[in-house]
Design a binder for this molecule. Structure first.
Ligand code: NAD
Length: 337
């Protein structure tokens, strides 16, 4: 199978490509990524250099000509769209790039894939499209979409478009909605790597509000396995929820992290809450369990320890990402070849 993966130089895309090329010797992957601040080509440089089944293409999912050419030149069997602007705080600052990539870019991909008769399309969405829960209950796939941030609104826009493409054109699209991911290669603006870096530098750990917001945490490989199952077994037109069975308050996540790295809780500081901050997300993934055979395999504490171990062993990656050095490095790296 030949797959076009978009956004593969980001956190989840990188883990997905690594895992799938390892698992499926007969798969090849073309990774289309614009390399925004969140995309790091170095994540997969070893594959670029040594793995003939992997190809990198720099470009925008919103570029009609480029995507049309890619889809015909490479006789693609399936498309998986991870590409997105993904950080809620940045979307509050400026929603425009979120609309451009997450709505218009996604629609462009759907349209190109439809015109090229692609037979399978998996669009990666998020639990945030459902809005916020109170202390009880869980999101199911039929929960009405009620996004509260510009990020989640832009993701919900693409989900609606995906639905319309299925209903109107019979386009073979499937949507995954997953809870908070964590694991290797996560950009250090997100909660776990940010708190890890601050803790290691003995800097304060900023927690929004009272820290009681609840997220369901899933180890990134489990999400990737859910995407694989959706691709291979999912029903066209269906959205599937995925979760990690690990509801934690933000405060508990930070406290567990501090205990794993052996730093004091006195580093925690409380900062003004994020506007429109959703209180709680929780996923009912029984549809994915029944139809696809999905079950998360990594519990939160084990996953957190694995993640911290990875960051410890990859301090250079963190330093480079933080300083923007990897961009300069990339320029000279390729000039020298
Ligand atoms: P990320 O920000 O780490 O990576 C996004 C990637 O997309 C980057 O490599 C970036 O360069 C690329 N990109 C951005 N705009 C592009 C464009 N116009 N054209 C081509 N490439 C572009 O994001 P992530 O955390 O890996 O998330 C991947 C997907 O999973 C997103 O769609 C996100 O909404 C969804 N998701 C993420 C989480 C999570 O916890 N991280 C949870 C559920 C769903």
């Amino acid at each position: 199978m030949k797959i076009l993966v978009t956004g593969g130089c980001g956190f989840i895309g990188t883990n997905f490509i690594r895992l799938m090329l390892q698992k499926h010797q007969d798969w090849s992957i073309i990774n289309l990524d614009q390399l925004t601040y969140a995309g790091n080509r170095l994540n997969l440089l070893d594959l670029e250099e040594n793995e003939p089944r992997y190809t990198f293409v720099q470009g925008d999912i919103g570029d009609r000509e480029l995507v049309m050419d890619l889809l015909s030149d490479h006789s693609i069997d399936a498309v998986i769209n991870f590409a997105a602007e993904s950080h809620v705080d940045r979307s509050i600052n400026d929603p425009s790039p979120f609309v451009k990539t997450n709505v218009l870019g996604a629609q462009n991909l759907f349209e190109c894939a439809r015109q090229r008769n692609i037979s399978r399309f998996v669009h990666i969405s998020t639990d945030e499209v459902y809005g916020s829960l109170g202390p009880e209950g869980q999101f199911v796939e039929t929960t009405p979409l009620a996004p509260n941030s510009p990020y989640s609104a832009s993701k919900a826009g693409a989900d609606m478009m995906a639905r319309a493409y299925f209903e109107t054109y019979g386009f073979p699209i499937l949507v995954t909605r997953c809870s908070n991911n964590y694991g290797p290669y996560q950009f250090p603006e997100k909660l776990i790597p940010l708190m890890y870096m601050n803790a290691m530098a003995d800097k304060s750990l900023p927690v929004y509000g009272d820290g009681q917001n609840v997220r369901d945490w899933i180890y990134v490989d489990d999400h990737c396995l859910g995407v694989e199952l959706t691709l291979l077994k999912g029903k066209e037109g269906q959205a599937y929820n995925f979760g990690g069975n690990a509801e934690e308050t933000n405060l508990d996540v930070v406290k567990t992290l501090l205990s794993v790295v052996g730093k004091p809780e006195s580093l925690i500081t409380y900062v003004a809450d994020r506007p429109g901050h959703d209180l709680r997300y929780a996923m009912d993934y029984s549809l994915a369990a029944e139809e696809l055979g999905f079950a998360p395999t990594v519990d939160f504490e084990t996953g957190l320890k694995k993640t911290i171990q990875w960051y410890k062993e990859n301090q250079l990656w963190l330093d480079q990402v933080q300083s923007g050095e990897y961009r300069q490095f990339m320029d000279t790296w390729y000039e020298e070849r």
